[in-house]
Design a protein around this ligand. Sequence first.
Ligand code: NJP
Length: 235
Amino acid sequence: MNILITGASSGIGEATARLLHKGGHTVFLSARSFNKLEAIKAELGDRVHIIQCDVKDYEDVKAMTHAAVQSMGSIDVLINNAGLGIFDPLPIAKIEDWHEMVDVNVKGLLNCTHAALPHLVEKKGHIINIGSVASHHVFANSGVYCATKHAVLAISESLRIEFPDKLHITTISPGSVNTAFIDQTKNDNLLKEYKPNFANGMSAELIADAIRYAIETPSNSVISEIIVRPSKALY
Ligand code: NJP
């Protein structure tokens, strides 16, 4: 299959790119850190395309989508993975951080969905949205992040309802995963408190495997959501 992955320069996106590529799929990788994408492409070789793209910028996203169709011939699967969490207590949180989370996690995901939708519908394609346990629960110090991930689940559900016979929609909702994700948090006390939880979290490869499972499920059924939690953790 021809698979477009956003946020493919690290963490879950990178692990997913590697796993899907190993499984014989063609991957089109996007992120802002072009040098990281170049390194992944140099290592993996054939069936890998890359582009620099900020999902907040709709012009960038349209160019990414166009390039993906040009180079792969189609987009069978869009993996909306680019996202971030910046944790801080609400009373001292910065408005720029709230805007950044909404702009990337919600508006960025909508930009990519909107631009790729006609191509996906044409192919009876599949959208994988990376949600979170925060799509279902609300935690202290991360209210706006939780709001963005609740929105991701709502967007998935609306797509599922409106395109029942034209698209497959899956939300992947992980708990803590050991990636660079937590390093976006600048509050030193919270970083110190949360970092071990993420360091002891699941591997990005485990989440990549859940994504692979959803993609490779026979087309007469749809995995609409997978929630993956670390063992021993409540969430
Ligand atoms: O984090 P990280 P994860 N435009 O920091 C990209 C969700 N999640 O893999 O642009 C385009 O390693 C960034 O690339 P770059 C989480 O909410 C995680 O853990 O080069 N891309 C990088 O490739 C997110 O949706 C956990 O900086 C942008 C990628 O996003 C997804 O998993 C738990 C961008 C982030 O990779 C992947 O996060 C959970 C932009 N404007 C959900 N901004 C967890 N790790 O515990 C960022 O429930 N990126």
